[in-house]
Design a protein. Structure first.
Length: 266
């Protein structure tokens, strides 16, 4: 049996709940072989981030080239990039290797509230990587930051921001509703002029560390397996909701604990 290959380009989370570690767990949960390119090392746990050590951009490039030169990568997920120079390196590598399926999670702030992207890098992310993406997956604060607008507080504002993000060049946009209010957490998928609402029950838990990383990786895994974008997003939403619901059973750490990536196997 030959497994489809997914590549994650992201930062390392020393506590294992987010970043590269969450992405590889997600790929495994979906039956996808995971390769990785580490863009930054972080010293962090469920309580917060105490240090960030960016990987030199030339070595990020070397990792990407090594993977693409040998592996048949079906889909790429991009997460934490940290710095302007890293974004430039990744964008140049994507232009060189031209992967067909790219899921960009514009990671800016950790669940703990710690900033993971320098302010001067936001414009580079917007201009260099968004146009190369099959799908971008911002949460409500990230969508607002990319557009330099206030955080959307209702469906009309979310729809407006989704269409503006599409106009930046991404093929599709998924605005995640986890930071919203109410009994449901509704994500909105924008493909062309079509908007699809994806509601799910809002789960009362503090253990949501790595949710965004894992959702985007789940979508990339579905794409790597040949699913349509709509089906990959739907299946990822179902899976992440169950992973959050099972998170309290893990008992990892004393802050925002991780979701349960392997809940299907309990």
């Amino acid at each position: 049996m030959t497994l489809p290959v997914g590549l994650t380009i992201a930062g390392s989370d020393s506590s294992g709940g987010a970043g590269i570690q969450a992405d590889l767990k997600t790929f495994a949960a979906f039956g996808v072989y995971g390769a990785s390119v580490i863009t930054a090392l972080t010293a962090q746990n469920t309580r917060g981030v105490s240090g960030i050590h960016p990987v030199p951009p030339a070595f990020v490039t070397a990792q990407i080239d090594a993977v693409f030169d040998d592996l048949d990568v079906k889909a790429v997920k991009i997460g934490m990039l940290a710095e302007f120079a890293t974004i430039e390196a990744v964008a140049a590598a994507l232009s060189r290797w031209k992967p067909k399926l790219v899921v960009l999670d514009p990671v800016m702030v950790a669940t703990s509230g710690d900033r993971l992207l320098s302010a001067d890098a936001v414009s580079a992310l917007r201009e260099r990587l968004v146009p190369k993406a099959t799908l971008i997956t911002p949460n409500l604060p990230e969508a607002a930051a990319l557009l330099e607008e206030a955080i959307a507080s209702d469906e009309a504002a979310i729809t407006s921001q989704g269409r503006k993000l599409l106009a930046m060049g991404a093929q599709a946009v998924l605005i995640k509703g986890g930071h919203g209010q109410g009994t449901e957490s509704t994500d909105y998928l924008f493909i062309g002029r079509r908007v699809t609402a994806l509601p799910a029950p809002r789960i009362a838990t503090k253990n949501t560390h790595g949710t965004g990383c894992s959702l985007s990786s789940a979508i990339a895994a579905g794409l790597a397996k040949g699913q349509t974008l709509e089906q990959a997003v739907h299946d990822a939403k179902v899976w992440i909701t169950a992973a959050i619901a099972a998170a309290d059973g893990l008992g990892i750490g004393h802050g925002h604990g991780p979701i349960h990536h392997f809940h299907r196997f309990d």
